[in-house]
Design a protein. Structure first.
Length: 258
């Protein structure tokens, strides 16, 4: 199935300017995504020029002040790999009580989402362009996120490419450190081998506790008290995969409350 919302699966044209050691800052983990070019239509470029200065930022070393950026105080949910934003927009419209931040490296995909945000007048989405690990390490403060979502990350199926997978043990630890106590990590994949990998390393992270069956938890015990919902929109890409017989595995963990 095509990945819908996946920072590790999309890429962008090489950005201009000097390239620091290890690659351009927007794409430092050059093995974590596939280079791909894409054109932006004039209409989307117009939306980008109009909206990006207000709703978008490139990866940087300054910690985010989410309340100032959104103009309100609300729980923050990060979606790693928002892609073209089909699910992102649907979740934002269904969850107006949350401030949603999408992370993505692929500019044409972001431009499509920016255009949708402008067209549908969605006020509770902000976008960060850059590698997700870089963003989490340098822009997101510890214990500041109510939720993190990672839907259909690139499985990098060949064994020699497994090191390129986004969800490594270190990434689980990093994500958990950015969640508030009781915050939720929600991951979905349609790739059986990656599902096994995700379950192995996610369940091994000592900061997290399982909240649904694949993580060894009871969803009914957590569903009503979790700070974010366990539902997610089904996109056309996922429907295509389901028709082809793909099995979806969802993992939901909570940050242990001390």
């Amino acid at each position: 199935m095509d990945a819908v919302n996946d920072a590790a699966n999309h890429s962008a044209e090489p950005a201009p300017g000097p390239r620091p050691e290890g690659g351009h800052r927007l794409y430092p983990r050059v093995t974590s995504f596939r280079m791909r070019r894409g054109a932006i239509s004039p209409a989307r470029q117009d939306s980008w020029d109009e909206m990006w200065p207000r709703i978008g930022k490139d990866v940087a070393d300054e910690k985010l002040d989410a309340d100032a950026w959104f103009g309100r105080s609300a729980p923050v949910v990060v979606e790693i790999g928002c892609g073209t934003g089909t699910a992102t927009a649907a979740m934002a419209q269904a969850e107006p009580e949350f401030n949603l931040i999408g992370i993505e490296v692929y500019k044409p995909g972001l431009a499509q989402l920016v255009q949708r945000i402008e067209r549908d007048k969605i006020e509770n989405i902000r976008l960060l362009r850059g590698d997700a690990v870089d963003v989490l390490e340098n822009m997101i403060a510890p214990e500041s996120l109510t939720g993190v979502r990672v839907f259909f990350p690139d499985p990098w199926p060949k064994a020699r490419h497994h090191k390129r997978r986004l969800l490594q043990p270190e990434t689980f630890a990093l994500i958990a450190s950015r969640l508030i106590p009781g915050g939720v990590l929600h991951v979905a994949t349609d790739h059986a081998d990656y599902a096994e990998w995700i379950g192995l390393y996610g369940n091994a992270e000592t900061q997290l506790i399982g909240m649904n069956e694949p993580t060894g938890g009871d969803p009914e015990a957590y569903r009503n008290k979790a700070p974010i919902g366990f539902e997610r929109p089904i996109t056309k890409f996922e429907n295509k995969g389901l028709r082809a017989g793909s099995a979806i595995t969802e993992f939901i963990w909570g940050k242990i409350e001390s």
